[in-house]
Design a protein around this ligand. Structure first.
Ligand code: BEZ
Length: 213
């Protein structure tokens, strides 16, 4: 199945290292990050899951629940998880799905046959509290993902969900944001009391709005 931004994230029930889990129930009202990796006991994946565990507090602060997917079996996950904890100096306590049937992989189009006929690629989905797909990224097996970028996108998504703003290239949390084109300059000046910097009629910056703006 091919997913697009804005689509409803497919729900599923799966066996995981934290027991049987229903995706929507697991997410509740939180944001979600669902990410696949090619296989257990592989080096890049080991660093990715370790990094995710080490960022636990960053995900918690943003009200995000994470969930990993691989097509390997549960007993393999348990052994590998111990290795991840040992080598990455972390405690992986988020669920890792044992997707032996490929159900989740197929729902989220995580197998790209010209990359590998059987293994999942490095897909990552950010799901909003409304269960809509907000971001999809796909990396090849040989390139580990940048989890700081994942957090940066979550910051942008959470901000732009609340205010009529967008975030510019390389934006980092706290930096000025862009007023969306749908808001006239006249309205922007009223809406954003911290000020609007009009560089061009279509390029207008404002400091990060307060929650009530
Ligand atoms: C890895 O996770 O290290 C990996 C997996 C498949 C191919 C290449 C690298």
């Amino acid at each position: 199945m091919s997913l697009h931004l804005g689509d409803k994230a497919p729900d599923f029930t799966a066996q995981t290292t934290e027991g049987e889990l229903n995706f929507y129930s697991y997410l509740g009202d939180s944001w979600g990050v669902l990410f696949s990796h090619p296989a257990d006991y592989t080096p890049v994946c080991t660093t990715e899951l370790g990094r995710t565990a080490l960022l636990k507090e960053e995900f918690r602060k943003r009200n995000v629940k994470v969930l990993a997917v691989s097509v390997d079996a549960l007993d393999k996950h348990f052994g590998w998880r111990a290795d991840i904890n040992e080598t990455q100096n972390c405690n992986v306590d988020f669920p890792i799905i044992a997707d032996e049937s490929r159900e989740v992989a197929m729902l989220y189009d995580m197998i790209h046959p010209n990359a590998s006929a059987t293994a999942t690629v490095r897909s990552l989905f950010i799901i909003g509290p409304d269960k809509a797909v907000k971001l999809m990224i796909t990396y090849p097996a040989s390139t580990g993902r940048n989890f700081n970028e994942v957090l940066r996108v979550i910051d942008s998504l959470q901000l732009t969900a609340k205010h009529s703003v967008a975030t510019p290239a390389d934006w980092q949390h706290g930096e000025d944001v862009i007023v969306v084109p749908a808001v006239s300059t006249e309205d922007a000046i009223k809406k954003f009391p911290k000020g609007v910097n009009i560089v061009k009629p279509y390029l207008r910056y404002t400091p990060v709005p307060d929650d009530n703006n």
